[in-house]
Design a protein around this ligand. Structure first.
Ligand code: MSP
Length: 634
């Protein structure tokens, strides 16, 4: 029996619009939820909004509306953002919902019954921006460590005896190294708890926007007690069926800045209330934008919906999870995003599908063949599959999304190399049908496995890939990828547009205007030609299917290209100084097809590719939108 799995994001404050930081945690949680669903587990994925507290009260006042109306508006923005990013949560909790407030009151009463709440007077620094209390020593230049304003508050307040739980929390940490990840964060919290815990103020009397303290409605519950409770209130609280099913087998995903609330306060509240502690929490890093901290003042906040609209939600998600190690800080830039799309997604992933289905169409009428004659080349591919599978499972266990993707791409690249090494076009020409069957079968199976593994990361595009390969539903689960060769023969595949069209390499910025008008173009001195002369050139769209160094000329690359003729051609091109052969595979280029074939240093070259420039500056002409090979260029 597969188990249950519960994953949460922080609930987001409704004082700001959704940005890349919120999107990051939510996309990571969605990916994890999908991965566990593909394992056959029963999954509950929770996100939501944090709507109480002074910060929200002030934001509503600035907007000139009631706190509830303000919360309704921004909370809706979060839900729309998640819909635009393809997030499939099971529940969206709002802290202003009665179902939540009821459980907050219940938790308070439990802590009170344990003798852990007492009335006192709070005197100290409070930061509304952080919704947190600070001691004098913690202030930096008179502000909170995150740079927010602080004010001195004196008010009657209920306190929670957190000091009582320090030793038990330390014991829990020692027994459960998996409680906080990554390890560096575990160590940080361990040292903090070891230093001893202080009691904390958990109610406020100077504003009203919160859950009233049971029996003392002149106090509202401190917003972090309120907010953290969402993780159990969404399940209905202790005793409710969902709670009994999913708590405490949970992963809390949080940003590094709010780890202490989760790793120290939350377990202490739960211990006091007599409830089990969450299984694990993971603190991720922060994103900057082109090297700078994001802020409204700089106007450089990345809007996730705009990025997803321009580049696709799958590409955005892939970038965020591949670009940096989960747990470390990262930098977002459009240039880096485009590189990932053109390299990993278009060249490697999309191209594997394209060329496999193209060959399958050409040689086998689009039908997945039965298995055929083996060759030692197959063993290399299968060994990579096994190594990738192990690395992937281990990485997902550790929430190392970047490593998981790297492991999957090992297989993608190995499959592309397998095409080049087994040369299906030669097998077809030499009518080695049995061997060609095996090669094409293995490529389809590689696509199935890669499709299943990437489904949590590229939910929309991976499903399209699996549909095109005709993979039946029961073979789209992670357990079905434990062994090679389960894809049945006889399935019908479907060729289509490239999964990830290559983006124009040119930078998006417009070239600066020349200071002076350029001089008028003088009359051409060279001889002109008639249109008929031009019409003699057969220019055609072609796709590079393989590329290698010329065996006998450093300046040249030997390219295998598909010009839509039902056979491959070899073309030698003087571009070795500018291109790595591996980067060329999958590119759509322009071929002068009727140039007289010529032997160049022992290799017969049939045609010429159009390019601009010379030497290491040479650039192949590429065709946007990837029209099919053979399309005339005129
Ligand atoms: N409401 C609290 C959480 C309560 S959970 C019981 C809160 N909300 S928040 O909206 O301010 O922040 C939510 C999350 O966004 C945090 O995990 C924070 O780390 C994350 N991020 C905010 N800016 C970020 C980046 N620039 N980069 C990555 N994540 C960032 O805190």
């Amino acid at each position: 029996m597969a188990g249950t799995f519960y994953v949460t994001t922080p609930i987001y404050y409704v004082n700001a619009e959704p940005h890349i930081g919120h999107a990051y945690t939510t996309l990571a949680a969605d990916t994890l939820a999908r991965w566990h669903r593909l394992q056959g587990e029963e999954v509950y994925f929770l996100t939501g909004t944090d709507e109480h507290g002074k910060k929200i009260e002030e934001a509503a006042r600035n907007a000139g509306i009631s706190p509830q109306a303000h919360a309704d508006r921004v909370s809706e923005r979060f839900r729309r953002t998640w819909a635009a990013l393809g997030i499939e949560y099971d529940d969206f909790i709002r802290t202003t919902e009665p179902r939540h407030e009821r459980v907050v009151a219940d938790l308070w009463r439990r802590m009170e019954a344990a003798g852990d709440i007492y009335l006192g007077q709070y005197e100290g620094w409070y930061s509304v921006g952080d919704e947190a209390y600070f001691t004098e020593d913690e202030l930096v230049d008179g502000r909170s460590p995150t740079g927010h304003e602080v004010s001195w508050v004196v008010e009657p307040s209920y306190f929670f005896r957190m000091s009582k739980y320090g030793p038990r929390l330390l014991e829990h940490l020692r027994a459960h190294p998996e409680f906080i990840r990554p390890e560096s964060r575990y160590n940080e919290i361990y040292r903090f708890v070891e230093g001893g815990l202080q009691d904390i103020s958990i109610s406020r009397t100077t504003f009203q926007w919160g859950v009233p303290v049971p029996g003392h409605p002149e106090h509202v519950v401190y917003v972090w007690v309120d907010a953290l409770t969402n993780y159990i209130s969404a399940l209905g609280g202790p005793g409710a069926p969902l709670y009994e099913k999913f708590w405490p087998n949970v992963v809390h995903l949080v940003g590094k800045d709010i780890l202490r609330f989760h790793a120290v306060y939350w377990p202490c509240f739960l211990m006091s209330a007599g409830l089990p502690l969450p299984k694990t929490m993971f603190a991720h890093g922060w994103w900057t934008h082109e090297g700078r901290k994001m802020s409204k003042t700089f106007g450089n906040v990345v809007d996730p919906v705009a990025v997803a609209k321009e580049y696709g939600a799958d590409c955005f998600r892939y970038f965020l999870l591949r670009e940096v190690s989960f747990g470390l800080d990262g930098d977002f830039s459009v240039a880096a995003l485009r590189d990932r799309i053109n390299g990993d997604l278009a060249n490697d992933y999309g191209n594997l599908l394209n060329r496999t289905l193209g060959m399958l169409g050409k040689y086998r009428g689009g039908i997945v063949p039965r298995r055929g004659a083996r060759d030692p080349i197959d063993d290399t591919l299968l060994a990579t599959f096994e190594a990738s599978r192990r690395a992937l499972l281990a990485a997902m266990d550790e929430l190392a999304f970047h490593r998981a993707l790297a492991a999957i791409w090992d297989l993608v690249r190995a499959a592309n190399k397998y095409v080049d090494a087994s040369a299906p076009w030669t097998l077809a020409r030499e009518k080695r049908d049995d061997r060609l069957d095996e090669v094409l079968y293995n490529l389809c199976e590689a696509l199935r496995i890669v499709g299943v593994w990437t489904a949590p990361f590229l939910p929309e595009r991976a499903t399209e890939l699996l549909d095109r390969v005709g993979v039946p539903a029961e073979l789209r689960t992670v357990p079905s990828t434990a062994e090679w060769g389960r894809l049945p023969a006889g399935g019908r595949t479907r060729v289509g547009d490239p999964l990830f069209p290559r983006l124009d390499q040119a930078p998006k910025a417009r070239p600066p205007k020349p200071a002076k008008e350029p001089p008028p173009v003088s009359a051409p001195e060279t001889e002109t030609i008639e249109y008929d002369d031009f019409a003699k050139l057969q220019l055609r769209v072609a796709r590079i299917v393989a590329a290698e160094k010329h065996p006998d000329a450093d300046r040249l690359l030997k390219l295998t290209i598909d010009a839509g003729e039902g056979r491959e051609r070899t073309v030698c091109a003087g571009i070795a100084a500018a291109y790595d052969p591996a980067d060329l595979v999958g590119r759509t280029v322009v071929l002068l097809a009727n140039l007289k074939p010529r032997k160049i240093r022992g290799v017969l070259s049939e045609g010429m590719l159009l390019a601009a420039g010379e030497g290491s500056d040479v650039r192949l002409l590429t065709v946007p939108g990837d029209p099919p090979p053979g399309t005339p260029v005129s």
